[in-house]
Design a protein around this ligand. Structure first.
Ligand SMILES: *Cc1c(COP(=O)(O)O)cnc(C)c1O
Length: 398
Protein backbone atom coordinates (compact mmCIF):
# COMPACT_ATOMS: atom_id res chain seq x y z
CA UNK A 1 0.00 0.00 0.00
CA UNK A 2 3.02 2.27 0.24
CA UNK A 3 3.25 5.04 -2.31
CA UNK A 4 5.78 4.59 -5.06
CA UNK A 5 9.00 6.57 -4.79
CA UNK A 6 9.95 8.72 -7.74
CA UNK A 7 13.12 6.61 -8.16
CA UNK A 8 11.02 3.52 -8.87
CA UNK A 9 8.75 5.45 -11.24
CA UNK A 10 11.74 6.59 -13.31
CA UNK A 11 12.60 2.95 -14.00
CA UNK A 12 9.14 2.11 -15.28
CA UNK A 13 8.48 1.80 -18.98
CA UNK A 14 5.84 3.93 -20.65
CA UNK A 15 2.79 1.68 -20.30
CA UNK A 16 3.46 1.26 -16.59
CA UNK A 17 3.92 5.00 -16.08
CA UNK A 18 0.57 5.63 -17.81
CA UNK A 19 -1.28 3.32 -15.42
CA UNK A 20 0.58 3.86 -12.14
CA UNK A 21 2.69 7.00 -12.37
CA UNK A 22 2.10 9.63 -9.71
CA UNK A 23 -0.37 7.54 -7.71
CA UNK A 24 -0.58 8.64 -4.09
CA UNK A 25 -2.82 6.39 -2.02
CA UNK A 26 -4.67 7.62 1.01
CA UNK A 27 -4.75 5.65 4.27
CA UNK A 28 -7.69 3.63 2.86
CA UNK A 29 -5.55 1.93 0.22
CA UNK A 30 -7.99 2.55 -2.64
CA UNK A 31 -7.15 0.96 -6.03
CA UNK A 32 -8.61 3.83 -8.05
CA UNK A 33 -7.09 7.25 -7.36
CA UNK A 34 -9.07 9.29 -4.83
CA UNK A 35 -10.84 12.51 -5.76
CA UNK A 36 -9.90 15.16 -3.22
CA UNK A 37 -12.81 17.50 -3.84
CA UNK A 38 -11.64 20.13 -1.39
CA UNK A 39 -10.82 23.77 -1.81
CA UNK A 40 -8.72 24.12 1.35
CA UNK A 41 -6.62 22.21 3.88
CA UNK A 42 -6.45 22.41 7.68
CA UNK A 43 -3.30 22.85 9.72
CA UNK A 44 -2.29 21.36 13.09
CA UNK A 45 -1.67 24.86 14.37
CA UNK A 46 -0.74 28.38 13.30
CA UNK A 47 2.95 27.53 13.15
CA UNK A 48 2.21 24.79 10.62
CA UNK A 49 0.12 27.21 8.53
CA UNK A 50 2.94 29.74 8.61
CA UNK A 51 5.51 27.13 7.57
CA UNK A 52 3.39 25.84 4.68
CA UNK A 53 2.72 29.34 3.39
CA UNK A 54 6.44 30.08 3.54
CA UNK A 55 7.18 26.87 1.69
CA UNK A 56 9.25 25.59 4.64
CA UNK A 57 6.90 22.64 5.29
CA UNK A 58 5.43 20.26 2.69
CA UNK A 59 1.68 20.07 2.18
CA UNK A 60 -1.14 21.75 0.33
CA UNK A 61 -2.41 25.24 1.13
CA UNK A 62 -5.29 26.00 -1.22
CA UNK A 63 -6.57 24.22 -4.33
CA UNK A 64 -5.90 27.23 -6.53
CA UNK A 65 -2.20 26.47 -5.85
CA UNK A 66 -2.29 22.69 -5.69
CA UNK A 67 -4.48 19.68 -4.89
CA UNK A 68 -3.62 15.99 -4.31
CA UNK A 69 -5.70 14.65 -7.23
CA UNK A 70 -4.42 17.36 -9.56
CA UNK A 71 -0.86 16.62 -8.37
CA UNK A 72 -1.28 12.93 -9.29
CA UNK A 73 -2.30 13.95 -12.80
CA UNK A 74 0.63 16.38 -13.07
CA UNK A 75 3.15 13.78 -11.93
CA UNK A 76 1.80 11.09 -14.26
CA UNK A 77 1.93 13.43 -17.26
CA UNK A 78 5.45 14.66 -16.36
CA UNK A 79 6.65 11.04 -16.18
CA UNK A 80 5.09 10.33 -19.55
CA UNK A 81 6.72 13.36 -21.19
CA UNK A 82 10.03 12.94 -19.40
CA UNK A 83 9.72 16.51 -18.06
CA UNK A 84 11.00 17.73 -14.69
CA UNK A 85 7.73 19.43 -13.86
CA UNK A 86 4.10 19.80 -14.92
CA UNK A 87 1.34 22.21 -13.98
CA UNK A 88 -2.25 21.42 -14.92
CA UNK A 89 -4.71 24.09 -16.06
CA UNK A 90 -8.47 24.34 -16.53
CA UNK A 91 -8.28 24.19 -20.35
CA UNK A 92 -5.73 23.87 -23.12
CA UNK A 93 -6.10 27.57 -23.91
CA UNK A 94 -5.32 28.46 -20.28
CA UNK A 95 -2.12 26.41 -20.69
CA UNK A 96 -1.15 28.19 -23.92
CA UNK A 97 -1.89 31.62 -22.45
CA UNK A 98 -0.05 30.98 -19.17
CA UNK A 99 2.98 29.47 -20.89
CA UNK A 100 3.42 32.79 -22.75
CA UNK A 101 2.21 35.39 -20.24
CA UNK A 102 4.13 33.90 -17.31
CA UNK A 103 7.40 34.90 -18.97
CA UNK A 104 6.73 37.74 -21.45
CA UNK A 105 6.78 41.47 -20.79
CA UNK A 106 6.33 44.63 -22.85
CA UNK A 107 9.16 45.06 -25.35
CA UNK A 108 9.73 41.33 -25.86
CA UNK A 109 9.62 39.74 -29.30
CA UNK A 110 7.90 36.44 -30.14
CA UNK A 111 8.20 34.32 -33.28
CA UNK A 112 5.30 31.99 -34.04
CA UNK A 113 4.19 29.73 -36.83
CA UNK A 114 1.09 31.06 -38.60
CA UNK A 115 -0.79 27.76 -38.95
CA UNK A 116 -2.33 27.57 -35.48
CA UNK A 117 -5.51 26.55 -33.73
CA UNK A 118 -7.84 29.60 -34.00
CA UNK A 119 -7.60 30.63 -30.33
CA UNK A 120 -3.80 30.22 -30.27
CA UNK A 121 -3.62 32.52 -33.29
CA UNK A 122 -5.82 35.04 -31.45
CA UNK A 123 -3.45 35.07 -28.47
CA UNK A 124 -0.27 35.57 -30.51
CA UNK A 125 -1.62 37.89 -33.21
CA UNK A 126 -4.29 39.95 -31.37
CA UNK A 127 -3.70 39.74 -27.62
CA UNK A 128 0.09 39.85 -27.18
CA UNK A 129 0.55 43.01 -29.32
CA UNK A 130 -1.95 44.82 -27.04
CA UNK A 131 0.57 44.46 -24.22
CA UNK A 132 3.53 45.76 -26.20
CA UNK A 133 4.81 42.35 -27.24
CA UNK A 134 5.84 42.23 -30.88
CA UNK A 135 5.04 39.04 -32.81
CA UNK A 136 6.44 37.82 -36.12
CA UNK A 137 4.40 35.11 -37.85
CA UNK A 138 6.16 32.70 -40.18
CA UNK A 139 5.33 29.79 -42.44
CA UNK A 140 6.36 27.04 -40.04
CA UNK A 141 7.51 24.68 -42.78
CA UNK A 142 10.02 27.21 -44.20
CA UNK A 143 13.23 27.24 -42.14
CA UNK A 144 14.51 30.33 -43.98
CA UNK A 145 11.52 32.29 -42.66
CA UNK A 146 12.24 31.13 -39.11
CA UNK A 147 15.88 32.12 -39.47
CA UNK A 148 15.01 35.58 -40.81
CA UNK A 149 12.48 36.22 -38.03
CA UNK A 150 14.81 35.73 -35.04
CA UNK A 151 16.21 38.85 -33.35
CA UNK A 152 18.42 39.44 -30.32
CA UNK A 153 15.30 40.37 -28.29
CA UNK A 154 13.33 37.25 -29.31
CA UNK A 155 12.25 35.69 -26.06
CA UNK A 156 9.75 32.99 -27.03
CA UNK A 157 8.97 30.82 -30.00
CA UNK A 158 5.51 29.29 -30.31
CA UNK A 159 4.44 26.56 -32.70
CA UNK A 160 1.99 23.75 -33.25
CA UNK A 161 2.99 20.56 -35.08
CA UNK A 162 1.17 18.94 -36.75
CA UNK A 163 -0.89 22.07 -37.21
CA UNK A 164 -4.65 22.44 -37.07
CA UNK A 165 -6.33 21.80 -39.50
CA UNK A 166 -3.87 21.48 -42.40
CA UNK A 167 -1.49 19.11 -40.55
CA UNK A 168 1.74 20.87 -41.48
CA UNK A 169 4.75 19.34 -39.76
CA UNK A 170 7.47 21.64 -38.39
CA UNK A 171 11.09 20.57 -37.87
CA UNK A 172 11.31 20.85 -34.06
CA UNK A 173 15.06 20.15 -33.85
CA UNK A 174 15.89 22.81 -36.42
CA UNK A 175 13.65 25.49 -34.90
CA UNK A 176 14.93 24.64 -31.41
CA UNK A 177 18.54 25.10 -32.59
CA UNK A 178 17.68 28.54 -34.02
CA UNK A 179 15.87 29.51 -30.82
CA UNK A 180 18.82 28.46 -28.67
CA UNK A 181 21.19 30.67 -30.70
CA UNK A 182 19.36 33.77 -29.50
CA UNK A 183 18.45 32.46 -26.07
CA UNK A 184 14.71 32.17 -26.82
CA UNK A 185 12.54 29.46 -25.31
CA UNK A 186 10.65 27.11 -27.60
CA UNK A 187 7.02 26.40 -26.64
CA UNK A 188 5.43 23.50 -28.53
CA UNK A 189 1.68 22.93 -28.62
CA UNK A 190 1.88 19.15 -28.98
CA UNK A 191 -1.86 18.44 -28.95
CA UNK A 192 -2.16 16.84 -32.37
CA UNK A 193 0.85 14.56 -31.80
CA UNK A 194 -0.11 13.65 -28.21
CA UNK A 195 2.69 12.91 -25.70
CA UNK A 196 3.01 9.46 -27.32
CA UNK A 197 3.77 10.17 -30.97
CA UNK A 198 6.21 13.08 -30.77
CA UNK A 199 8.69 13.47 -27.87
CA UNK A 200 8.68 17.25 -28.09
CA UNK A 201 11.11 17.78 -25.20
CA UNK A 202 13.67 15.34 -26.57
CA UNK A 203 13.36 17.18 -29.90
CA UNK A 204 14.30 20.48 -28.25
CA UNK A 205 11.16 22.05 -26.78
CA UNK A 206 11.73 23.96 -23.53
CA UNK A 207 8.02 24.02 -22.74
CA UNK A 208 5.29 21.67 -23.99
CA UNK A 209 1.60 22.47 -23.73
CA UNK A 210 -1.44 20.23 -24.06
CA UNK A 211 -5.15 20.50 -24.29
CA UNK A 212 -5.99 17.45 -22.15
CA UNK A 213 -9.55 17.88 -23.45
CA UNK A 214 -8.44 16.13 -26.61
CA UNK A 215 -6.77 12.68 -26.55
CA UNK A 216 -5.97 12.60 -22.81
CA UNK A 217 -9.63 12.65 -21.86
CA UNK A 218 -10.50 11.39 -25.31
CA UNK A 219 -14.05 10.53 -24.33
CA UNK A 220 -15.70 13.92 -24.59
CA UNK A 221 -16.23 14.48 -20.87
CA UNK A 222 -14.21 17.40 -19.61
CA UNK A 223 -11.81 20.23 -20.37
CA UNK A 224 -8.25 20.39 -19.11
CA UNK A 225 -4.75 21.50 -19.99
CA UNK A 226 -1.14 21.10 -18.96
CA UNK A 227 2.23 22.84 -19.18
CA UNK A 228 5.44 20.77 -18.96
CA UNK A 229 8.86 22.31 -18.44
CA UNK A 230 11.93 22.48 -16.23
CA UNK A 231 11.39 22.73 -12.47
CA UNK A 232 13.10 26.13 -12.54
CA UNK A 233 10.59 27.58 -15.03
CA UNK A 234 7.70 26.31 -12.90
CA UNK A 235 9.15 27.60 -9.62
CA UNK A 236 10.40 30.98 -10.84
CA UNK A 237 7.92 32.03 -13.50
CA UNK A 238 4.91 29.77 -14.03
CA UNK A 239 3.81 29.06 -10.47
CA UNK A 240 3.56 32.71 -9.37
CA UNK A 241 1.50 33.46 -12.51
CA UNK A 242 -0.85 30.49 -11.97
CA UNK A 243 -1.23 31.03 -8.21
CA UNK A 244 -2.30 34.62 -8.60
CA UNK A 245 -4.40 34.39 -11.77
CA UNK A 246 -6.15 31.10 -11.00
CA UNK A 247 -6.70 28.96 -14.14
CA UNK A 248 -6.72 25.85 -11.90
CA UNK A 249 -7.86 22.40 -12.98
CA UNK A 250 -10.77 21.05 -10.96
CA UNK A 251 -9.89 17.94 -8.89
CA UNK A 252 -12.81 16.11 -10.45
CA UNK A 253 -11.57 16.82 -13.98
CA UNK A 254 -8.02 15.84 -12.92
CA UNK A 255 -9.42 12.47 -11.85
CA UNK A 256 -11.17 11.98 -15.21
CA UNK A 257 -7.90 12.84 -16.97
CA UNK A 258 -5.89 10.46 -14.77
CA UNK A 259 -8.24 7.68 -15.84
CA UNK A 260 -7.84 8.87 -19.44
CA UNK A 261 -4.06 8.48 -19.22
CA UNK A 262 -4.47 4.82 -18.21
CA UNK A 263 -5.89 3.97 -21.65
CA UNK A 264 -4.23 6.72 -23.72
CA UNK A 265 -1.73 4.48 -25.47
CA UNK A 266 -4.31 1.85 -26.45
CA UNK A 267 -6.69 4.49 -27.76
CA UNK A 268 -4.13 6.56 -29.67
CA UNK A 269 -2.58 3.47 -31.30
CA UNK A 270 -5.96 2.28 -32.53
CA UNK A 271 -6.99 5.76 -33.70
CA UNK A 272 -3.73 6.14 -35.66
CA UNK A 273 -4.27 2.77 -37.36
CA UNK A 274 -7.82 3.78 -38.24
CA UNK A 275 -6.66 7.23 -39.44
CA UNK A 276 -4.09 5.70 -41.81
CA UNK A 277 -6.75 3.33 -43.17
CA UNK A 278 -9.06 6.29 -43.81
CA UNK A 279 -6.27 8.40 -45.37
CA UNK A 280 -5.48 5.54 -47.75
CA UNK A 281 -9.18 5.16 -48.54
CA UNK A 282 -9.46 8.86 -49.45
CA UNK A 283 -6.39 8.67 -51.66
CA UNK A 284 -7.71 5.64 -53.52
CA UNK A 285 -11.35 6.74 -53.87
CA UNK A 286 -10.77 9.35 -56.59
CA UNK A 287 -13.47 11.70 -55.26
CA UNK A 288 -11.28 13.75 -52.97
CA UNK A 289 -9.15 16.59 -54.33
CA UNK A 290 -6.42 16.43 -51.73
CA UNK A 291 -5.72 14.31 -48.64
CA UNK A 292 -3.57 15.72 -45.83
CA UNK A 293 -2.14 13.15 -43.43
CA UNK A 294 1.45 13.12 -42.13
CA UNK A 295 1.55 9.31 -42.43
CA UNK A 296 0.99 9.37 -46.21
CA UNK A 297 3.94 9.46 -48.61
CA UNK A 298 2.13 12.22 -50.50
CA UNK A 299 2.34 14.56 -47.46
CA UNK A 300 4.76 17.45 -48.19
CA UNK A 301 6.72 16.78 -44.97
CA UNK A 302 6.42 12.97 -45.00
CA UNK A 303 10.17 12.37 -44.47
CA UNK A 304 10.27 14.80 -41.53
CA UNK A 305 7.11 13.27 -40.04
CA UNK A 306 8.74 9.84 -40.26
CA UNK A 307 11.81 11.11 -38.38
CA UNK A 308 9.96 13.12 -35.79
CA UNK A 309 6.76 11.17 -35.11
CA UNK A 310 6.15 7.49 -34.46
CA UNK A 311 2.82 7.57 -36.36
CA UNK A 312 0.86 10.01 -38.50
CA UNK A 313 -1.66 10.99 -35.82
CA UNK A 314 -5.39 10.65 -35.38
CA UNK A 315 -6.63 13.46 -37.64
CA UNK A 316 -7.07 13.36 -41.43
CA UNK A 317 -7.93 16.51 -43.40
CA UNK A 318 -9.23 16.44 -46.96
CA UNK A 319 -10.50 18.78 -49.63
CA UNK A 320 -13.66 18.12 -51.59
CA UNK A 321 -14.09 19.64 -55.03
CA UNK A 322 -17.03 22.07 -55.08
CA UNK A 323 -16.28 24.30 -52.10
CA UNK A 324 -18.62 25.01 -49.19
CA UNK A 325 -21.81 23.67 -50.82
CA UNK A 326 -20.17 20.31 -51.56
CA UNK A 327 -18.65 20.15 -48.07
CA UNK A 328 -22.00 20.91 -46.41
CA UNK A 329 -23.85 18.37 -48.61
CA UNK A 330 -21.26 15.76 -47.68
CA UNK A 331 -21.62 16.55 -43.96
CA UNK A 332 -25.42 16.36 -44.22
CA UNK A 333 -25.17 12.86 -45.71
CA UNK A 334 -23.02 11.42 -42.89
CA UNK A 335 -24.88 8.95 -40.68
CA UNK A 336 -22.25 7.64 -38.27
CA UNK A 337 -19.61 10.35 -38.00
CA UNK A 338 -20.74 13.30 -35.88
CA UNK A 339 -20.35 16.94 -36.85
CA UNK A 340 -18.39 18.39 -33.94
CA UNK A 341 -15.31 20.55 -33.52
CA UNK A 342 -13.68 18.47 -30.77
CA UNK A 343 -10.95 15.99 -31.66
CA UNK A 344 -9.05 13.04 -30.25
CA UNK A 345 -12.36 11.53 -29.17
CA UNK A 346 -13.41 7.87 -29.13
CA UNK A 347 -16.15 8.87 -31.57
CA UNK A 348 -15.21 9.99 -35.07
CA UNK A 349 -15.89 13.73 -35.36
CA UNK A 350 -15.77 15.97 -38.40
CA UNK A 351 -15.66 19.73 -38.77
CA UNK A 352 -15.65 22.35 -41.53
CA UNK A 353 -12.84 24.68 -40.35
CA UNK A 354 -13.67 27.60 -42.68
CA UNK A 355 -17.08 28.12 -41.02
CA UNK A 356 -16.26 26.99 -37.47
CA UNK A 357 -12.79 26.97 -35.86
CA UNK A 358 -11.33 29.45 -38.36
CA UNK A 359 -14.43 31.51 -39.31
CA UNK A 360 -13.05 34.57 -37.49
CA UNK A 361 -10.29 34.94 -40.10
CA UNK A 362 -10.57 37.02 -43.25
CA UNK A 363 -10.97 34.91 -46.41
CA UNK A 364 -7.46 35.95 -47.54
CA UNK A 365 -5.97 34.82 -44.19
CA UNK A 366 -7.76 31.48 -44.51
CA UNK A 367 -6.49 31.10 -48.06
CA UNK A 368 -2.92 31.79 -46.88
CA UNK A 369 -3.32 28.98 -44.35
CA UNK A 370 -4.68 26.56 -46.94
CA UNK A 371 -8.12 26.50 -45.30
CA UNK A 372 -10.27 26.41 -48.40
CA UNK A 373 -14.06 26.17 -48.38
CA UNK A 374 -13.87 22.52 -49.42
CA UNK A 375 -11.56 21.51 -46.55
CA UNK A 376 -12.85 19.12 -43.88
CA UNK A 377 -11.05 17.90 -40.76
CA UNK A 378 -11.85 14.39 -39.59
CA UNK A 379 -10.81 13.20 -36.13
CA UNK A 380 -10.79 9.44 -36.54
CA UNK A 381 -12.25 7.57 -33.58
CA UNK A 382 -12.25 4.07 -32.18
CA UNK A 383 -15.11 2.64 -34.22
CA UNK A 384 -14.40 -0.22 -36.64
CA UNK A 385 -12.50 1.39 -39.54
CA UNK A 386 -14.78 -0.43 -42.00
CA UNK A 387 -17.85 1.31 -40.56
CA UNK A 388 -16.12 4.71 -40.75
CA UNK A 389 -15.17 3.96 -44.36
CA UNK A 390 -18.70 2.84 -45.23
CA UNK A 391 -20.11 6.09 -43.87
CA UNK A 392 -17.60 8.21 -45.80
CA UNK A 393 -18.17 6.20 -48.98
CA UNK A 394 -21.96 6.58 -48.89
CA UNK A 395 -21.61 10.32 -48.20
CA UNK A 396 -19.17 10.76 -51.10
CA UNK A 397 -21.51 9.01 -53.50
CA UNK A 398 -23.84 11.57 -54.97
C1 LIG B 1 -8.12 22.27 -28.68
C2 LIG B 1 -6.78 22.85 -28.83
C3 LIG B 1 -6.33 23.83 -27.94
C4 LIG B 1 -7.21 24.39 -26.84
O1 LIG B 1 -7.60 23.46 -25.90
P1 LIG B 1 -8.95 23.63 -25.01
O2 LIG B 1 -8.83 22.52 -24.02
O3 LIG B 1 -10.10 23.50 -25.94
O4 LIG B 1 -8.88 24.97 -24.39
C5 LIG B 1 -5.06 24.33 -28.13
N1 LIG B 1 -4.27 23.90 -29.13
C6 LIG B 1 -4.67 22.95 -30.00
C7 LIG B 1 -3.76 22.51 -31.07
C8 LIG B 1 -5.93 22.39 -29.88
O5 LIG B 1 -6.35 21.47 -30.75
Amino acid sequence: MANTSSGQEQKWRRATRLVRGGTERSSHGETSEAIFLTSGYVYDGPAEAEARFKGDAPGFVYSRFGNPTVAMFERRLALLEGAEACKATSTGMAAVFASLMAQLRAGDHVVSSRALFGSCLYIVSDLLPRYGIEVTLVDGTDLAQWQAAFRPDTRCVFLESPSNPTLEVIDLKAVSALAKQCGARLIVDNVFATPLLQPAMDLGADIVVYSATKHIDGQGRCLGGAILSSQAFVDDELLPFLRHTGPSLSPFNAWVLLKGLETLELRVERMCTNALTIANFFEACGEVENVLYPGLESHPQFALAQRQMSAGGTVVSFKLPGGKAAAFDFLDRLQLIDISNNLGDAKSLITHPATTTHQRLEPAERAALGISDGLLRLSVGLEDAEDIKDDLAQALRR
